[in-house]
Design a protein around this ligand. Structure first.
Ligand code: UD1
Ligand code: MG
Length: 456
């Protein structure tokens, strides 16, 4: 549709959230409420967008800087008052779509369809509505005997009989610009909340014989408004289901959608299997043919093809093809892990580069380290990277073999192909292809124990 702009209302106090954070910055499936609305409007083809800010304005402007304009509503006197603040930022011709920043489940398809209906019918205003089993808290759509929209009445202003109406106002509308400007100037605050309601514009237009219609949709999940944490959790549940369904449509196997949490920002390749208990967040990308979970948390992880991660946590790190992680491994931020690597049980790695075919099979800590290719880190190996004040680097070159229970006191380098005897505490560099033994020599005292055990 041509000459289309949008206003997203995000100035409200969000009292019912009981939060220090602006309501619209709370997240659903890893994306803020206002970003969901913004992305849906953008995807519907609207370029010019204003976000009305007020309560906790700094937080919202910092979050959306550079993407939209920010009309300021200094006092939160209602949704109608909020839109008035936005008018100087919008064209005075064409059409203006208005959305609440707390309605994250609306899809771009619904917005597009509503815009099309609005344009086809040549409406002054079109409001998106739906029937809800429990309409508590929402504005009700009041129709006359022939079914035409008459007005919207807020829950708190409803009469007994109006409260029984199940068709609700989504808070999403399309207005012809002049009709909006003209009707807003006539809105008063004579109502239960003493606010300037945007919803009153519809009755004003109807009384002036302008055409106002409802665009009623079937899917009641799309119009859930988030006013409290219970609705936030409901939205999370719906959005998560949507995301997981899309993944399955795109060729990802999800064994148990009910226990699989994937943020909107995550991408996953074909034939990857998500076992129960996956929590995938941030800018995580997962390749094809991977097996993730059971019980894996990945945050900003880049996982290439054919990788297995079970019962483990991976944060801000990259893992290359055919590598196995877990069970019970902790990959902390800053790791670059190569191909065919094994990060086994009870292994922790942090800020480490680990070369192809290297094995950390069990019970090992590697932090602030660079390991070459085909290195074997024996069970119980520890990089001793911290002296209480500073962190130091450990380097283990290609093909080195580090025996079990070794301490590598950083800064230290173990050369190419070197061997370290089990139980060593290595304080000095080990040259290539050398053997280092750094432990007390064993003494054996023959017969020493005779007569000391109870039964002799
Ligand atoms: C509003 C509608 C109601 C509708 C419901 C749908 C009005 C009067 N009521 O009620 O009919 O069923 O949404 O979810 O419009 N805001 C401002 N400035 C203000 C007040 C609010 O920017 O002065 C913003 C809020 O940040 C929020 C949006 O407007 O994003 C809606 O406000 P909210 O207080 O949540 O209105 P509801 O009571 O949900
Ligand atoms: Mg609301």
């Amino acid at each position: 549709m041509s000459n289309m702009s949008a206003v997203i209302l995000a100035a409200g106090e969000g009292k019912r959230m009981k939060s220090n954070k602006s309501k619209v910055l709370h997240a659903v499936a890893g994306k803020t409420l206002v970003d969901w609305v913004y992305d849906a409007v953008k995807a519907a083809g609207v370029e010019q967008i204003a976000v009305v800010v007020g309560h906790k304005a700094d937080q919202v402007t910092a979050h959306m800087a550079g993407k939209v304009s920010f009309p300021m509503q200094k006092e939160q006197l209602g949704t109608g008052h909020a839109v008035v603040q936005a008018l100087p930022f919008l064209p005075t011709e064409g059409h203006i779509i208005i959305l609440a920043g707390d309605t994250p489940l609306i899809t771009s398809q619904t917005i597009k369809a509503a815009l099309q209906a609005h344009e086809m019918a040549n409406n002054a205003a079109t409001v998106i509505t739906v029937d809800l089993k429990d309409p508590t808290g929402y504005g009700r759509i009041i129709r006359d005997a022939s079914g035409n929209v008459q007005k919207i009445v807020e829950h708190k202003d409803c009469t007994e009989s109006q409260l029984t109406v199940t068709e609700i106002n989504s808070g999403i509308y399309c207005f012809e610009a002049q009709a909006l400007i003209h009707s807003l100037s006539q809105v008063t605050n004579q109502n239960a909340q003493g606010e300037y309601y945007l919803t009153d514009t519809l009755e004003i237009l109807i009384q002036q014989n302008m055409q106002v219609q409802a665009f009623k949709i079937e899917d009641d999940e799309q119009l859930l408004g988030i006013n409290n944490r219970i609705q936030l959790a409901q939205a999370e549940c719906i959005m998560r289901k949507r995301i997981v369904h899309k993944l399955m449509e795109d060729g990802v196997t999800v064994i148990d959608p009910n226990t699989t949490y994937v943020a909107a920002t995550v991408s996953i390749g074909m034939d990857t299997v998500l076992y129960p208990g996956c929590v995938l967040e941030g800018n995580t990308t997962i390749g094809e043919d991977c097996q993730i979970g059971p019980n894996a948390r990945l945050v900003n992880a880049t996982i290439k093809n054919d990788v297995e991660v079970q019962y483990s946590v991976v944060l801000d790190s990259e893992i290359d093809e055919q590598t196995h992680v877990g069970p019970y491994a902790y990959v902390r931020p800053g790791c670059l892990i190569g191909k065919r690597v094994k990060i086994g049980d009870f292994v922790e790695v942090k800020k480490a580069i680990i070369g192809d075919d290297t094995k950390l099979s069990h019970l090992t800590y590697v932090g602030d380290a660079t390991l070459g290719k085909r290195v074997n880190m024996g069970c119980g190996t520890v990089t001793v990277n911290y002296d209480g004040k500073n962190k130091f680097q450990t380097i283990v070159e290609d093909d080195a073999f580090v025996g079990c229970n070794t301490n590598l006191l950083a800064p230290v380098t173990v050369g190419k192909g070197a061997y370290i005897a089990a139980g060593s505490t290595i304080t000095d560099n080990v040259p290539s292809e050398a053997l280092a033994i750094a432990r007390a020599r064993q003494t054996v005292k023959d017969g020493w124990a005779k007569g000391k055990t109870k039964n002799t």
